[in-house]
Design a protein around this ligand. Structure first.
Ligand code: PMP
Length: 283
């Protein structure tokens, strides 16, 4: 595998980042994950826009233009012969190497790492039958503590929620906001269907503005499915007719159980099916 490290292609064995990199020392970095089909990065502009916003959010000046970043993405895809079928690119920007200390000014240049590999979908049966989730006891970072607009490499509280999900033998955990509203999955957004209306937590709940979330809302409007961005209480999830998660890597993944209880009929519902079939990157 060839890695793009600061826009130079290097073999995986030589793709090393300094132990003084503040990304490693402090989790001081941002990232994006992109899907690739037939060599083309899907929604590349949206991901680069969000990366720029994350960078602004941590006062990091990206020394690369969007054109340079898009070029580096395509180069790493081609270099790894991923121009057929589906692939993914994980793009990480860290503060860069510098002496120990929190001050970002200690780091002269950010580190850019692009990892491209074949896309490995979740098992088909997950989409056919739906997955189980739990409500995590770990709460999502409060927006006043860390803006959800920053897609940071500092992921510990989501990792703690993922550990809870693993202990419960469920696919994922849904985090609540500090106020107790449904926020999001560990790396996904959440949707439910109630009385035929597609509902998803409003951005003001303190969640990441998922590229897929936005796509699904637009798609639902085009299909004339009523949508609402609201604050959702956990009971809305327990009493939902349907539920699914969205993310770049999952697309639309039905959820049919929460905390061991069936959601709706316990099978992926009709609105979920309609959206899955109309969604552009579905396999
Ligand atoms: N929320 C969180 C916390 C995430 O990490 C992700 C994955 N990037 C998402 C939601 C889904 O976002 P997207 O649809 O842009 O992949």
């Amino acid at each position: 595998m060839l890695i793009s490290l600061n826009r130079r292609l290097v073999p995986e064995s030589q793709a090393a980042v300094s132990v003084f990199d503040h990304g490693f020392l402090y989790g001081d970095g941002i990232y994006e994950t992109l899907r690739v089909r037939e060599g083309e990065a899907f929604r590349c502009k949206e991901h680069l826009r969000r990366l720029a916003e994350s960078a602004r959010g941590i006062a990091l000046t990206l020394p690369w233009s969007d054109t340079e970043l898009a070029h580096a993405i395509h180069r790493v895809i081609r270099a790894n012969r991923l121009t057929r079928g589906q692939a993914m690119v994980r793009m990480t920007v860290s503060r860069g190497p510098g002496p120990i200390g929190l001050d970002p000014a200690l780091c002269r240049r950010p580190t850019l790492v692009l990892i491209a590999r074949r896309y490995r979908p979740q098992p088909k049966v997950f989409y056919e039958r739906g997955v189980s989730v739990i409500l995590a006891t770990t709460r999502r970072n409060a927006p006043q503590a860390l803006s959800p607009r920053i897609k940071s490499t500092n992921f510990l509280n989501n990792i703690l929620a993922k550990i809870e999900a693993k202990r419960a033998h469920t696919f994922d955990a849904v985090l609540l906001s500090l106020q107790g509203f449904i926020a999001e999955g560990t790396t996904s957004n959440v949707f439910i269907v109630r009385r035929g209306v597609l509902e998803t937590p409003a951005l003001k709940t303190g969640i990441l503005a998922g590229v897929t979330r936005n796509e699904v809302l637009q798609l639902a409007r085009a299909l004339r499915i009523p949508t609402r961005e609201v604050r959702l209480r956990p009971r809305a999830l327990f009493h939902a007719e349907e539920c699914f998660l969205t993310s770049t890597l999952l697309d639309i993944l039905p959820v049919t159980r929460v905390n061991g209880r069936r959601i709706g009929t316990g099978r992926p519902g009709p609105i979920t099916h309609r959206l899955i079939h109309a969604f552009p990157t579905v396999l």
